[in-house]
Design a protein around this ligand. Structure first.
Ligand SMILES: [Zn+2]
Length: 317
């Protein structure tokens, strides 16, 4: 499957080279352009460039779409090549980018991989998780790409992203410094709220009847977790064994909330809830947001604030 997808992308790449007739569509309006594959990079860049109409940031992924199923169009690849800064996450979710990196002119387009901006850890398989049946990947060490889910990482990323943006637009250095520091303040408030919440909670454990892209988050706040799948596993069906392990955990540890993540069917969480009487709540891991939220200008800070509300119920504070 993955190989076929890669071949299609490489074919597209050649097509895009042939069709690039020296015309730079993105820069027709003379704006500096930042492109981010997904929502986290888009959100942080948007916060940094706020109030400067001579620079814009665009997200490749359509609002509401599943990041892990994303496939670029020839126009997307053209736009990346014409951008001034290209932000991607790295890891399994946007592996297609590795195939086009060599074709990007780095004198023109600065490339930023979010996973390079913070310390990364390997994906973790905790007790009770579904085994990985994907033979292609069995031997590979996989680093967890969901670096933005920890507010502390989001702060580091904002700071480093700001430096890169200043490099392409030094004239607006003061504005970018000010915007970044405002956003970092907001993220610091989130961090403090979560620390207080965890400190004052009876439970220090969360259970996800879903994938678990929150490794960096739980590490930061010393929370225990159990989940159906690690990271952003492609699997969506859990075995009876996995479900019954999670059901027992919920019962044994008297966990009041079973989480599902955004854009998920929530079926596994519902099944566990039915068996245990726990409540299903959504934890938004901010891979992407709905069109409606996108139009409203919802930010990662908004999403994290909502997550604090649901965490409060789960941790019983
Ligand atoms: Zn993911």
């Amino acid at each position: 499957m993955k190989i076929v997808r890669r071949i299609i992308i490489i074919a597209m790449l050649f097509f895009s080279i042939v069709s690039l007739a020296g015309c730079n569509k993105n820069n027709e309006n003379n704006k500096l352009t930042i492109i981010s594959t997904s929502f986290p990079g888009y959100d942080l860049a948007r916060a940094i460039i706020k109030n400067n109409s001579n620079i814009e940031v665009n997200m490749l992924l359509k609002p509401g779409a599943e990041l892990h199923d994303f496939e670029p169009t020839p126009q997307d690849i053209k736009n990346i090549k014409n951008s001034d800064i290209f932000i991607y996450v790295g890891g399994d979710s946007d592996a297609w980018i590795e195939d086009i990196l060599d074709d990007i002119d780095t004198d023109k387009t600065k490339i930023i991989k979010l996973m390079d901006l913070v310390d990364t850890v390997e994906e973790e398989h905790v007790e009770g998780m579904e085994e990985n049946h994907d033979e292609d990947e069995e031997e590979e060490v996989e680093y967890d790409e969901h670096v933005w889910t920890s507010p502390i990482n989001a702060i580091t990323i904002t700071d480093k992203l700001k430096e890169k943006i200043i490099k392409i637009d030094t004239a607006n250095k003061d504005l970018y410094e000010k915007n970044a520091s405002n956003y970092i303040n907001e993220l610091n408030i989130i961090d403090k709220k979560i620390r207080d919440l965890v400190d004052n909670s009876k439970k220090k454990e969360i259970i996800f009847g879903d994938r678990f892209p929150l490794r960096y988050f739980v590490m930061e706040y010393n929370l225990n977790y159990y989940a159906a799948f690690p990271g952003c596993s492609e699997a969506t069906e859990a075995s009876a064994k996995t479900v019954s392990f999670l059901v027992n955990k919920v019962k044994q540890d008297k966990i009041p909330v079973v989480f599902k993540i955004e854009l998920s069917s929530g079926k596994i969480a519902e099944t566990i809830a039915k068996e245990t009487g726990a409540k299903v709540l959504e934890y938004n891991t901010a891979h992407n947001i709905t069109q409606q939220d996108f139009d409203k200008g919802v930010t990662i800070v908004d999403i994290m604030n909502n997550n604090i509300k649901v965490l409060k119920e789960a941790l019983v504070s």
